[in-house]
Write a protein that binds this ligand. Structure first.
Ligand code: NI
Length: 200
């Protein structure tokens, strides 16, 4: 009787081992840290770009190395959303105590937002605001890098058009990597507080 029990145990050993491997494996998978939404976005938003600034100079992401960037995509003919967001951006900047950011406006309408148009527009909001445009291809590339969507909407009975577009303000770190973003409606005080928390 006793011998039978022992042999039964021995015959079960491979199964016990398999069960143990499965349990340990499952625990390892469960325990593996899953990347947070912020980390995922970090990998997805941003990247190299080459554009033309409102003074006609070619600039790339490398020119902003060492600076935290606050980037907004929009267009100068935008009737309401863009001016509002740029205003919020500059109000938030004025509230920063422990850090500074370089404010950047990238046009999603490069055909109308020429260097001259950008040069007239950006100082209306902030003396340091940098307007960036360029060729349609250059803007398509930077929009893709920053996951920005924009689409022309023809006004009925008018030769003018509007551009529906993503309205997000991006905060990028000194190496051009995503730190965080602010959606439409964020208050300047909240934006300033979070910028200071996100920038070490
Ligand atoms: Ni707009």
């Amino acid at each position: 009787m006793k011998k039978q029990k022992t042999s039964l145990l021995i015959s079960l050993i491979p199964y016990i081992l398999i069960a143990l491997v499965l349990i340990v494996g499952a625990l390892w998978i469960i325990d593996k840290p899953t990347p947070s939404a912020e980390e995922n976005t970090r990998a997805l938003v941003g990247g190299p770009f080459s554009l033309v600034d409102h003074q006609g100079r070619t600039v790339t992401d490398q020119d902003f190395k060492g600076q935290n960037m606050l980037i907004y995509f929009g267009y100068t003919f935008c009737p309401d959303v863009c001016p509002t967001e740029l205003q919020v951006m500059t109000e938030a900047m004025a509230l920063l105590k422990n850090t500074s950011v370089t404010p950047i406006f990238i046009t999603v309408d490069p055909e109308r937002d020429t260097t001259e148009v950008l040069a007239q527009y950006v100082p209306l909001f902030h003396p340091d605001l940098i307007g960036l445009g360029g060729t349609v291809e250059q803007v398509v590339a930077v929009k893709k890098a920053y996951r920005v969507w924009a689409e022309k909407v023809q006004e009925p009975g008018s030769s003018d058009y509007l551009v529906d577009h993503t309205s997000i303000i991006y905060l990028m770190d000194r190496d051009g990597r995503y730190l965080g973003h602010f959606s439409y409606g964020t208050k300047p005080e909240d934006m300033a507080r979070r910028i200071e928390a996100l920038i070490e």
